[in-house]
Structure formats: C-alpha cells, structure tokens
Write a new protein. Structure first.
Length: 112
C-alpha cells in the first residue's frame, strides 16, 4: 500500500526536526563544507555530527564527496535553501513579540 503524500511530508519535516541538522543545512547554504569546518562551527561531538549527517545523507537532502581522508558535504539542490529562507520568514512573523529570538534571527540573516 503506497504511503499517502501527507505522511511522506510529515516524515520529511520530522527529518528536519533536529537543531544540528538545521544548523548543518544553514551552513551548507554558503557552499560545500568539509566535516572539520562543520564540526568547528557547530561544536558538537564528532559522533553526534556524524549521526546527523547520515540522516541528511540518507534522506537525499545532502550529498557527500570523499577526497582522500576529507569528506565534503553539500546541499543536494537549491530548493533546500529556499525552504530554509521560507522558514526564516515564517519564524520572523511568529516571533513578533519575542524580541530576543527575533533579533537573533535578524543577526543570522545579516551574516548570509
């Protein structure tokens, strides 16, 4: 029996539902990054980052390329960046009245 589209969509959003995964995707918007750069920017244990990268890779939302001992990750397509931008716009609307979080959101947009 095929999975209904709404269930597939829910699974997709569950896959995105982890702070480390979201941060990885945000960082990869600027272009491909080796794991060492992701580790430095996110400051999590290597095993934790590895787990989250594996989830993103299995979902097909990121791709990985190995050159020697270096693994470089990148977004699988531009639609992911569009989705993150839409999420930022929606979040900005929802955070009206939550000045501290709204300011943090604006600061991250300024660095993009």
């Amino acid at each position: 029996m095929p999975v209904p589209l709404y269930e597939a969509k829910a699974e997709f959003f569950r896959m995105l539902g982890h702070p480390v995964r979201i941060r990885v995707l945000e960082l990869l918007q600027d272009g491909p990054k080796p794991v060492r750069e992701l580790l430095a920017a996110i400051e999590v244990e290597p095993s934790s980052l590895s787990q989250q990268l594996a989830v993103l890779r299995r979902s097909g939302i990121v791709t990985a390329t190995r050159t020697g001992s270096t693994v470089v990750y990148e977004l699988a397509g531009g639609d992911v960046a569009d989705l993150l931008a839409a999420a930022r716009r929606i979040l900005a609307t929802l955070l009206t009245g939550r000045q501290d979080l709204l300011e943090e959101l604006r600061e991250t947009d300024a660095t993009r």
